[in-house]
Design a protein around this ligand. Structure first.
Ligand code: EPZ
Length: 420
């Protein structure tokens, strides 16, 4: 089993480029089947979630090959519209295959995605939205079958601005007859990236980034070459790495507007920033101040995917911070691991009370989920002694070789494979 070994106490310095966005690449890979012509995607990191999505595409006959950070996709042979549990269950975001398969094949069968370590993650909003598009849906044991032969554009209001549901409606309706208007749509930047990708294929989608997205159905989509946006959560994680170690570092290939809520919170903790053309430099105090309150909200609010990383910083800041997780119902599991390192954190349901301490102690901890694992790495950077982090596979889902990123900035971190 692979582990990360982090020797705490090292200052970081220098600059680093941020890789492509997992949460943009995944829906865009799904959307690639909406054409039967070649699609070339650039800035696609070889994350395990991305490679799992490629396996799902291969299962339905959509071949792809990797050339460095680029993926060349040949959707011409795509003919499968069923995703078995062994594939759908491994990847929550396989649910966004639903909209793409309906858009391409007008039918889809997929296993209901399992719950996962950050909550139940049901699909009721997806089902309600597809029904709104006149898609017939049948539950069949542990899977759903959707018949979109009579799909048509419609007004779809989302009870909650679900990212995946917004993406599914965009992909299911982009080739449907008529116009679809999504209200209370998710505003995340990854939605805008999906819109831009679809429009590069000849789609007519407008309004992404606002709460209202308009999709005028077109009869077909053509191939394209597209560069995916950089990962705002990896960028935010690296900014926190700078803040937690009191180090001035510069990120390259970032969009500062995507990081506004994270930058604002770090500023409250005493950090200052400089901005260049696609660069962000964080200049933190030796020890940050507690920001008092962190509440996760849909974009442009503070991202739930940065909650764990910000909590790790609060654990060693001056003062007490209340962290409220409004998006997922079980996203504090990593706090038990931080407590093993000496953190003073009390969790009750969706609220964590974080009393900043002077020092954390390195010890053996385990990742419970993707962002919780990243938070443990950040804590290890500042802890006394060595922190070993197990279950690194969770971290690899969203960070391409996190040890290389942090080593490039001067951290003493390495990956080892321990024979058990
Ligand atoms: C996307 O997940 C991201 N994943 C998540 O990132 C991110 O945390 C989330 O959006 C919120 O920003 C990808 O893009 C691949 P939602 P998604 O639908 O689409 C509930 C990471 O760490 N809900 O906006 O699943 C749901 O349970 C991952 O990179 C329903 O109740 O998020 C959750 O509580 C984690 N019914 C909330 O809405 C539904 O039908 C937000 O879910 C759908 C969702």
């Amino acid at each position: 089993m692979e582990k990360l070994y982090v020797a705490g106490g090292r200052k970081l310095s220098g600059e680093i480029g941020v890789h492509g966005s997992k949460n943009a690449v995944l829906p865009i890979l799904a959307a690639a089947i909406l054409t039967d012509e070649e699609v070339v995607l650039h800035n696609c990191p070889a994350l395990s979630d991305v490679e799992n999505m490629r396996r799902i595409l291969a299962h339905i006959g959509c071949r792809s090959r990797r050339e460095g950070e680029s993926l060349i996709i040949d959707p011409s042979g795509a003919d499968g519209w069923e995703l078995p549990e062994r594939l759908a269950g491994r990847l929550r975001s396989s649910i966004t295959m639903l909209g793409a398969m309906l858009g391409r094949f007008a039918r889809a069968r997929l296993a209901l995605p399992g719950g996962c370590d950050i909550g139940l993650r049901p699909i009721d909003l997806h089902i309600k939205a597809m029904s709104g598009l006149n898609v017939a849906i049948y539950e069949d044991g542990g899977s759903i079958f959707c018949d979109a032969r009579n799909i048509r554009g419609a007004d779809i209001h989302l009870d909650y601005p679900s990212v995946g549901t917004t993406e599914n409606v965009m992909m299911a309706s982009v080739r449907a007859f008529g116009t679809t208007v999504i209200t209370n749509a998710a505003k995340e930047p990854e939605i805008t990236d999906l819109q831009n990708f679809l429009n590069s294929m000849g789609a007519r989608v407008f309004g992404a980034g606002t709460g209202t997205i308009i999709i005028h159905g077109v009869s077909r989509l053509h191939g394209t070459e597209y560069t995916v946006m950089s990962d705002r959560i990896v960028a935010g994680t690296l900014l926190v790495a700078g803040a937690i170690t009191g180090s001035r570092i510069t990120l390259e290939r970032v969009h500062k507007e995507h990081l506004a809520s994270v930058i604002a919170k770090l500023r409250e903790g005493g950090s200052t920033f400089e901005f260049g053309d696609a660069t962000v430099t964080v200049d933190p105090p030796e020890r940050s101040l507690s920001v008092g309150l962190v509440e996760t909200l849909p974009y442009p609010g503070f991202p739930t995917d940065m909650q764990a990383q910000m909590t790790a910083l609060q654990a060693v800041s001056v003062g007490t911070c209340i962290v409220v997780e409004n998006v997922f119902e079980n996203r504090f599991r990593y706090c038990a691991e931080l407590r093993k390192m000496g953190a003073n954190i009390t969790v009750k349901n969706r609220v964590a009370v974080v009393g900043g301490v002077q020092r954390l102690q390195g010890t053996a901890v385990s990742s419970c989920d993707l962002r919780g694992g990243a938070a443990l790495v950040l804590a290890g950077l500042i802890a006394d002694g060595i922190t070993t982090i197990g279950d690194v596979q969770y971290i690899d889902r969203g960070y391409y070789r996190i040890e290389d990123m942090l080593s490039a900035l001067g951290a003493d971190i390495r990956r080892t494979t321990e024979t058990v």
